[in-house]
Design a protein around this ligand. Structure first.
Ligand code: C2E
Ligand code: MG
Ligand code: MG
Ligand code: MG
Length: 285
């Protein structure tokens, strides 16, 4: 009897594995088709000044318009990386994003666009040249662009990344460390890396409550950014209280559903048309 159970377990597993493999192959060919059909589209989430709540930056977030649904990055970025298709996906998104952004820059010359780049992309020797080339093609000054790299991917590729960050800086492109506080980096080596912005991970922001004693990790990270003299952005701000606490602690910029969810280019168009002061319906606290 035991033998029978074991055997059927084994069969169950192998069927599951086949299904997983099958799903992956289907997913990969769907992504390849998606590239051809231009299904990858940039969404944008506003980042506001922590004191004035005015729009200062847009973070480009990838979406996949597939099968009548809008898939988020967790549904395709990892597969695209494994299938070696991330370069093409990234290229399609950046072309569209730079085109959108160049028209917004005409109205708001100080606006910044931030883009998430996977480390696999970033360490490609041709990446920076291709990136600069597309900026030029759409007349976007490198100084208006920031590349976001997750802290965890930075830490696990430290030696290569050190030089890459210097290369980006030498071309005037800014660098942000994304999801800060989740990647186990230490202050001592951060001092030797060249970057412009720290993004406090949303998990520390959601920990913030009204009665804070300054020991909350989000506040510790804001103070650390100040001592490193880099720009500080808090992500995942969902309440007025979180916004106030972060602004009082000296955080420079805020991003989150309290201000705006990621929006289509068309929705951003109308925000910029209407004037920056109404980027969100929030009034000053
Ligand atoms: P991220 O760069 O940390 O982006 C923030 C994520 O948090 C976004 O999810 C955003 O929609 C979500 N978010 C923003 N405000 C709030 C809030 O107030 N509350 C909550 N609960 N969530 C909020 P999204 O768009 O699903 O992106 C997930 C991750 O995928 C991003 O994290 C980024 O690491 C990655 N990603 C996005 N676009 C690209 C891309 O073009 N290339 C690569 N390589 N990765 C990308
Ligand atoms: Mg990001
Ligand atoms: Mg983040
Ligand atoms: Mg995140």
């Amino acid at each position: 009897r035991a033998k029978k159970v074991a055997r059927s377990n084994y069969q169950f597993y192998s069927v599951e594995l086949d299904k997983d493999a099958e799903f992956k192959i289907e997913q990969e060919s769907a992504i390849a088709k998606g590239i051809k059909n231009s299904e990858f589209i940039p969404y944008y989430q506003p980042v506001v000044n922590a004191q004035s709540f005015l729009l200062e930056k847009l973070e480009m977030l990838a979406r996949w318009d597939h099968d009548g649904e809008l898939a988020g990055p967790h549904q395709f970025i990892a597969t695209a990386e494994e299938a070696n298709l991330i370069g093409k996906v990234c290229e399609q998104l950046l072309q569209k994003a730079f085109r959108d952004f160049s028209s917004w820059l005409e109205k708001m010359p100080s606006l910044t666009l931030s883009v998430n780049i996977s480390v696999l992309q970033l360490i490609e020797p041709e990446f920076i040249d291709i990136f600069l080339c597309s900026l030029k093609r759409f007349n976007v000054p490198p100084i208006n662009v920031e590349i976001e790299i997750t802290e965890s991917s930075l830490v696990s590729n430290l030696d290569t990344m050190k030089q890459t960050l210097l290369d980006l800086k030498s071309h005037g492109i800014r660098v942000a460390i994304d999801d800060f506080g989740t990647g186990y980096s230490s202050l001592s080596y951060l001092k030797h890396l060249s970057f412009d912005t720290i993004k406090v991970d949303q998990k520390f922001v959601s920990d913030l409550t009204g009665n804070i004693d300054g020991g909350e990790l989000a506040i510790v990270i804001v103070h650390m950014a100040q001592s490193l003299q880099v720009n500080c952005v808090a992500e995942g701000v969902e309440t007025a209280e979180q916004a106030r606490i972060l602004a009082d602690a000296g955080c420079h910029q805020l991003q989150g559903y309290y201000f705006s969810k990621p929006k289509s280019a068309r929705a951003i168009d109308s925000i910029i048309e209407a004037g920056v002061s109404i980027v969100q319906s929030r009034t000053l606290l």
